[in-house]
Design a protein around this ligand. Sequence first.
Ligand code: ARG
Length: 309
Amino acid sequence: MDMNEQNGRPRILMCPPAFFGIEYEINPWMDRRRSNDHERAIEQWTTLKTLLESLGATICCLDPVPGLPDMVFTANAALIFRNQAILARFCHRQRQGEEQHFRDWFERHGFELLELPRDCFFEGAGDALFGGGTLFAGYRIRSIVSGHRRIAERLGCRVLSLELVDPHFYHLDTCFCPLNERAAVFYPPAFDSYARRALSATIEDLIPVSDAEARRFACNAVVLSKTVITNEGCPALHRELRSRGFRTCETPLSEFLKAGGSAKCLTLRLDGEDAAAWRSDRIASAPSCDESQQSSTGADSNVISTRVC
Ligand code: ARG
């Protein structure tokens, strides 16, 4: 049985914030002196999860690991393309320990694994987002451009590499969010001028967000069909979206902003984002995330051995 086809429910990977904390500083939002409130983080994460479930998503939970406080940001685990997971190669050693756990999870759940060389930094769906037939990929701060070329060749898709220039918007998903095949939200100052021109030339309806709302992670949105979920305090973007027929939801995520993440970073869409054109012409569906459907060895029979991109 394929859960993808089961009522077409979106499937999302999340990791509970049991060990989440500000234990190091690898982006300008993180400050060890401004630690998170643990109870509040759990409450905010649970509220997001419940909201996604109420919108029809199935949430798959990955076991958190002590000593890996950023593992809660599952968007960085991998880039998903059909049944393939292109695994992250983290740039900072503080997050490299997560790689093995993400790898094990995808392997156990029947994904075909693709691995980049060790020094080919690539931070998964945090830096690579499908919009229509294009894979938009951010580079310079966390991911490197040569990885994009390897991924494009391997997946046979068009990749548009976008240079990120503001350290506060260090992952593409902090400053860009495809809404569907023709529209996206973005924060212009996060990109170099070539990237801004390339985005305008490629995307029919490009919605800019203000400085204030970009800093509230307005672009770090979860899109479920015509519903867009963000951190609270992004009213101008929500108005723009509603005027285009979207429904908007806000949920408090202040504790995660302290680590430089928000709604989108806390999720990884396992069946592909709605904006990805390949979803409609899928030839092979993504595997299930239901533990009960895995074989007793823990390895699903449709795992194809790991390949190197
Ligand atoms: N503290 C984490 C880091 O700096 C936050 C990751 C946010 N993830 C994302 N997809 N933007 O790596």
